[in-house]
Design a protein around this ligand. Structure first.
Ligand SMILES: C[S@@+](CC[C@H](N)C(=O)[O-])C[C@H]1O[C@@H](n2cnc3c(N)ncnc32)[C@H](O)[C@@H]1O
Length: 277
């Protein structure tokens, strides 16, 4: 497994930086603000926005009490934690390629409200689960790291029960750009990412893998305050040291994504798909 530099940084720094812990110790994804101009960009405001994004994705999958939910690329278990706090009787399974993240997830999430919680190591493109075993599969802001969106869709279809939902959030390339203008990139701090997928490619992928499309929501403008927040974090100094707390690769890598997003060339979408009954 190729390690992702931003997770190496988070795993090394979370315990010594309280703001970082509150911002990225549970969810490791962008924020969602229903009314972006009301974003205050405090640490609590960002943490709530990150929570909102997880909820938006699992609501797109219509999660109901008593169901089985698989969260693929679950990071530190933030989406599983959120489902655990908002639902009852769920069977919650978090899967991640990186065992170090799962260790933290296991320490952070304890099942309540008749839910069960389990974290398992594995690859999104070779899911270690039986056919027809989940009502819902989620992939929050992680599919661009997977070896292949096509293989992941086939695997999600296989493990879903008939009528089950796959919901995800992803950076989506503007259809105005030639499809080869962005694609597999190594974005320094964020590691290997494939950001060459357009909305149209998602529609085609859904069709090829026999899913029907239920939700495709462009939330780019609701996520943009994330960049202002990250910039304010980058400028902050470590409490005991006079140097900025973030590595320069983080600043440059985030700036690259911000520029293409503000130019509307890279969008942020929530999608959901249903397996036929
Ligand atoms: C941006 S983080 C999102 C984490 C989490 N979904 C969240 O929203 O907090 C991307 C995640 O994808 C995971 N990942 C990358 N490649 C993977 C793969 N092939 N299979 C499973 N997980 C993978 C990474 O380890 C990381 O946890």
């Amino acid at each position: 497994m190729k390690k992702l530099p931003y997770f190496d940084y988070l795993l090394a720094s979370l315990n010594e930086n309280n703001d970082l812990e509150k911002s990225f110790g549970r969810h490791v994804h962008w924020g969602y603000w229903e009314t972006p101009k009301l974003a205050t960009l405090s640490v609590d405001d960002f943490a709530q926005a990150a929570e909102n994004l997880s909820q938006l994705v699992f609501n797109a999958a219509d999660v109901k009490d008593g169901q089985s939910v698989l969260d693929v690329g679950c990071g530190f278990g933030g989406t599983i934690a959120s489902l655990n706090e908002t639902h009852r009787g769920l069977r919650l399974v978090g899967l991640n390629i990186d065992e170090r993240q799962l260790e933290r997830a296991r320490q952070q999430v304890e099942a309540i409200e008749n839910n069960t919680v389990e974290f398992q190591q594995g690859d999104a493109c070779a899911l270690p689960f039986a056919d027809n075993s989940f009502d819902v599969v989620l992939a929050v802001e992680c599919i661009f790291h997977f070896p292949s969106r096509e293989k992941f869709f086939n695997e999600a279809f296989r493990v879903l029960k008939p009528g089950g939902y796959l919901a995800l959030s992803d950076f989506v390339l503007s259809s105005l750009l030639p499809s080869r203008s962005l694609g597999k990139v190594n974005n320094g701090f964020f590691g290997d990412c494939d950001i060459g997928y357009t909305k149209e490619k998602y529609y085609a992928l859904a069709k090829e893998s026999n899913f029907s499309l239920c939700v495709d929501k462009d939330i780019t403008k609701n996520t943009l305050p994330t960049y202002n927040y990250l910039r304010s974090m980058f400028i902050k100094k470590d409490q005991n040291k006079s140097r900025p707390s973030s590595p320069m690769t983080a600043v440059l890598s985030t700036l690259a994504i911000e520029v293409v997003s503000r130019l509307n060339l890279l969008k942020y979408y929530v999608f959901s798909f249903q397996k036929p009954r």
